[in-house]
Design a protein around this ligand. Structure first.
Ligand code: ATP
Length: 194
């Protein structure tokens, strides 16, 4: 079984690319969605978070993003502590997902942040979904109703796409011109022949 990581900046089209792979029958694990689910449902993870960041980490039983953001925003050591608690549990969950699909020739892990963390070591190959900045901004502003300023803050907090291009095995261009379906089908075929 080959484990493919799919990453890319906000609004690059990762989810769209993964949905095409899913249509081809490839099991897809969305690390960001799954991490959110685990934070609210994994009792050991919840206890560790409360121990580190206080009772206010959960409000009426639900993860209190505002509380955690206030602690970790602009504080790399606190952010590292948060990641050190969450990441191993998500990695274990991903391992279980792979085991559950061990007859599939290919499985995909989708994550916005992959090249920046140890997540890159949990896959065999990595594909970057790449779209021009202006296009990503336009798509996210329409999708999320974010202001241009808030979106720029998010984009600036992520690794520049030009740096990511040098670190990945494959690139899927999502510029509205090259067919996404054809690129995904081509990559799927290439991966199965490895
Ligand atoms: P995020 O990191 O924010 O989750 P993402 O990389 O998963 O974003 P998508 O959610 O797949 O990106 O795409 C962002 C938005 O742009 C969505 O509303 C999606 O439908 C739209 N979009 C993506 N690619 C295209 C395309 N080629 N043509 C038209 N719309 C697109």
């Amino acid at each position: 079984m080959l484990r493919l990581g799919i990453t890319g900046g906000i609004g690059s089209g990762k989810t769209l690319v993964c949905s095409i792979f899913q249509h081809l029958g490839v099991p897809v694990y969305n690390a960001d969605t799954r991490a959110k689910w685990l934070i609210n449902n994994h009792s050991e993870l919840k206890s560790k978070l409360i121990k580190q960041f206080g009772e206010a980490t959960f409000k009426e039983g639900l993860y209190n993003t505002a509380h955690i953001s206030a602690i970790v925003f602009g504080n790399p050591s606190q952010l590292a502590l948060l990641n050190d608690i969450i990441h191993p549990i998500v990695f274990e969950d991903w391992k279980q997902f792979c085991n559950a699909h061990n007859t599939a020739p290919l499985v995909i892990k989708e994550a916005a942040i992959m090249l920046e963390t140890d997540s890159k070591f949990t896959v065999d190959k990595i594909a970057l979904v790449y779209a021009p900045l202006a296009m990503r901004m336009q798509r996210v502003i329409v999708r999320d109703g974010l202001s241009e300023m808030d979106l720029m803050k998010k984009i600036k907090s992520q690794m520049p796409e030009e740096d990511k291009l040098k670190l990945v095995d494959f690139v899927i261009i999502n510029d509205g011109e090259e067919s996404l379906i054809e690129q995904v089908k081509g990559l799927y075929k290439e991966l199965l022949s490895l």
